[in-house]
Write a protein that binds this ligand. Sequence first.
Ligand SMILES: [Zn+2]
Length: 308
Amino acid sequence: MKAIMYHYVREFDPSFPNFRFLDINNFRKQLDFFEKEYGFVTKDEWDSFTLKGILPAESGKIILTFDDAMRCHFDYVFFELLQRGLWGIFYVPTLPFLESKILDVHRIHLLCGAFDGVSLFQECMSLISEDMITDSKKREFREETYRNQVNHEGVDDFKRLLNYYIGSEFRESVLDEIAETFDFSFDPKEYYVTRDQLIHMNKSGMVIGSHSFTHPLMSKLAIGEQRKEITDSFSALDRIGVCSERTYCHPYGGFISFNSDTIDLLDECGVLYSFSVEPREITASDFVHSKQFLPRFDCNFFDFGRAS
Ligand SMILES: [Zn+2]
């Protein structure tokens, strides 16, 4: 079986000229391609694997997964799947449902979609001082940003400043200031799937899983903080009433995004299976060895999956 990971699937929006997304027409073409080449894993076949470790008779079939609960998952993806009689797994970071906020990771996407990277980088540099840089990264920051001022400024550097160099306790306020400077406001209702939409999707056969509470890099957190991320997230999904099966997806994904504490906690919390990001097929041995970090391919690994 091949699990596929998607993020934004939508149409071009002129307010966000630099936004990276998979065009809905390419999504449709990719589904046609999967249907023709591999076929899709049915929900019954998936249950047989997650409960008993039994793989579908036909190898290589596709499972569709969607991360971050973006509004386009309801507006575009859900209806496309319904029309085709398909199902998917949607992973939800739950803080936005409780606090009506856009997560920092998504505010960064929106800013980069709306404005050019050089201006964002320069504004960000003007707001941060060296005491806001994580101690272990101070030297690298001094060397790198000096070089960057010559020729590498842009979206990647802006993201790197916020995600890598700045202490995470400063990220939110720096983003607030940048948004104010660029006169940019964030509307969580426009950005995320709503509670009612989640319920509707779940009732129509879509699986809703946890993608943590605040979408942190879990491997950086102490075990107690990790536990809170996982349990708070499942409690929120339980309260909304969409947690028909306990499944989880590692924020960011890949082996650097979680650690052995994360895996122990997922087992302890009764999570049936979890997804990471690793470009290979799901095999029978994953049921035994990797149930809390099943591999997934990025959609761009296959035809028509390139972001626009
Ligand atoms: Zn995510």
